[in-house]
Design a binder for this molecule. Structure first.
Ligand code: SF4
Ligand code: SF4
Ligand code: SF4
Length: 248
């Protein structure tokens, strides 16, 4: 049996998650020994539609994207969403909260009508997705772990507990204690709370844990005398979580 054939694809995004894969360096060489890459616009010429695993980056922002994504899904035995744009819509969703015509005019001026667009959405809104690698960008470590699991015939695992758990393990002082706010209590872990460790806050780029305790988050915020609507709106940086809209 030959090596599993793998292809990379991108939709609306900055291609930063593919860059993370490219930057695996020595580990990338190990990955390349184990698979055959048959499509990767960012790294090679040529392409084949015969692939087993499709890594798909970017969000869907126009009807014609749906046609292309469905075609990729048709060819792939396993379809993996790569990064926040693909898993939760990502920063492209910011436009979903703006007047569509106004956004079009702002970006394209009088040519706005020439460009097809609709509200940004994650891949799973269009096709079934087998696994999601979260983050903006993804972590190299997680990508390597997912590939390894797939090659061993196992289902990859993604943490399903909040960033706060990893934040405590990193011995960070909670930003709430400093009068700031943070989406860590409802955001899926796996990044080792890197943003907090580096002196920032969690903006929720890995999306919600499967069963987020939104009520608890509201209570925590209220306890700090903070405006719940303003805080939840922070999630709009990465995703259009319709469930959060009602809380504002
Ligand atoms: S998730 Fe972030 S880094 Fe990855 S493609 Fe989207 S914007 Fe770029
Ligand atoms: S700083 Fe954020 S992620 Fe860390 S414990 Fe506090 S709320 Fe959780
Ligand atoms: S701390 Fe939050 S914003 Fe930063 S990488 Fe982790 S999930 Fe994303």
């Amino acid at each position: 049996m030959g090596k599993p054939r793998v292809a990379f694809f991108d939709f609306a995004c900055c291609e930063g998650c593919q860059l993370q894969v490219y930057n695996l360096e020595e580990d990338l060489l190990k990955v390349l020994e184990a698979v055959e890459v048959v499509g990767w616009r960012e790294a090679m010429k040529g392409h084949s539609d015969e692939y087993y695993i499709a890594f798909v980056e970017g969000s869907i922002t126009r009807r014609s994207d749906e046609v292309r994504l469905k075609e990729i899904r048709r060819h792939a035995q396993v379809l993996i969403a790569l990064g926040a744009c693909a898993t939760i819509g990502g920063i492209n969703c910011i436009k979903n909260f703006q007047d569509p015509e106004g956004v079009g005019r702002f970006v394209y001026g009088t040519k706005a009508q020439d460009y097809e667009t609709y509200p940004a959405r994650p891949l799973k809104a269009v096709v079934p997705v087998d696994f999601e690698i979260h983050g903006c960008p993804i972590t190299r470590k997680e990508f390597a772990a997912v590939v390894k699991a797939l090659l061993l015939g196992k289902r990859p695992e993604s943490p399903n507990y909040p960033v706060c758990v990893e934040c405590k393990m990193a011995e960070n002082i909670c930003v709430f204690e400093k009068g700031k706010t943070c989406m860590g209590p409802v955001t899926r872990a796996g990044c080792e709370a890197c943003c907090v460790t580096e002196g920032s806050i969690c903006w929720g780029c890995r999306g919600l844990v499967d069963d987020p305790n939104i009520d608890s988050q509201i209570e925590i915020l209220a306890g700090y005398g903070l405006a719940v609507g303003d805080i939840l709106r922070n999630f709009r940086l990465y995703s259009d979580f319709s469930g959060l809209k009602d809380e504002q």
